[in-house]
Design a protein around this ligand. Structure first.
Ligand code: CUA
Length: 190
C-alpha cells in the first residue's frame, strides 16, 4: 500500500464518506470565494463611483449667514407638506439638542459642521451619515410611530466625543402642524 492512496485499506463506505467530504469542502471553498468576490466587487465599484450628490459649504462661515444660522436651525414645514430639519454638529453637541419631527411625513435632514467630522445617527432608523467640514449632509427619513430616538455622535471627534448626544422626538402629525402654525422653526429644546 503506497503513501499516495491512504484510503485503499479502508472499507468502501469509509472511502465513499471521504470522497463526499472532500466534495463538500470544495463546495464550501467555492462559496467563500464567491462571497469574497461579490464583496470585493461591491466595495471597489462603490469606491470608484462619484458621490450621488455633493453640496459644499464654508465651515468657517456657517454661523454668519445662510441656511445654517442659529435662527434657521430646527424643523420647518415646507409648502408641499414635507418637513426639513436643519442641524449643526459641533464639538461637543448638536444644535438643536432635541429635534422635533412629525409622524407619517417625508422628512429631510440637512446638517453641517463648523469644526471636525462628527457622526449623525438616529437609533432605530437607517439614518446614519457623517458630518464632514465643508459639506452639507442630507438624509431622508419617515417615522411611522411617535416616540423618542437617541442620536449619538458615532464618529470619534475629540475628548468630549462620548458626551455628544442629541435626541429626536417624533410626535403626532396633527399636533406638530398645530405647533408649526405659531412658530416657523420647531424643536423640543426646553
Ligand atoms: Cu462629535 Cu463624536
Amino acid at each position: 500500500m503506497s503513501e499516495e492512496t491512504p484510503f485503499l485499506h479502508e472499507s468502501p463506505s469509509a472511502q465513499l464518506a471521504a470522497r463526499v467530504e472532500r466534495r463538500w469542502a470544495t463546495v464550501c471553498a467555492l462559496i467563500i470565494a464567491l462571497f469574497t468576490a461579490v464583496a470585493a466587487f461591491a466595495g471597489i465599484h462603490q469606491a470608484t463611483m462619484p458621490q450621488a450628490r455633493v453640496e459644499t459649504i464654508s465651515p468657517t462661515r456657517l454661523h454668519l449667514g445662510g441656511e445654517f444660522v442659529e435662527t434657521n436651525l430646527g424643523t420647518a414645514v415646507e409648502p408641499d407638506g414635507s418637513v426639513t430639519v436643519r442641524a449643526i454638529g459641533q464639538e461637543y453637541s448638536f444644535t438643536p439638542e432635541c429635534i422635533l419631527v412629525p409622524t407619517d411625513t417625508a422628512i429631510t435632514f440637512r446638517a453641517a459642521t463648523p469644526d471636525v467630522i462628527h457622526g449623525f445617527l438616529i437609533e432605530g432608523t437607517n439614518v446614519n451619515t457623517m458630518l464632514v467640514p465643508g459639506y452639507v449632509a442630507t438624509v431622508h427619513a419617515r417615522f411611522d410611530a411617535a416616540g423618542e430616538h437617541a442620536m449619538p455622535c458615532q464618529e470619534f471627534c475629540g475628548v468630549g466625543h462620548e458626551g455628544m448626544w442629541a435626541k429626536v422626538k417624533v410626535i403626532d402629525r396633527a399636533e406638530f402642524l398645530k405647533m408649526a402654525d405659531t412658530k416657523p422653526r420647531l424643536s423640543c429644546v426646553e
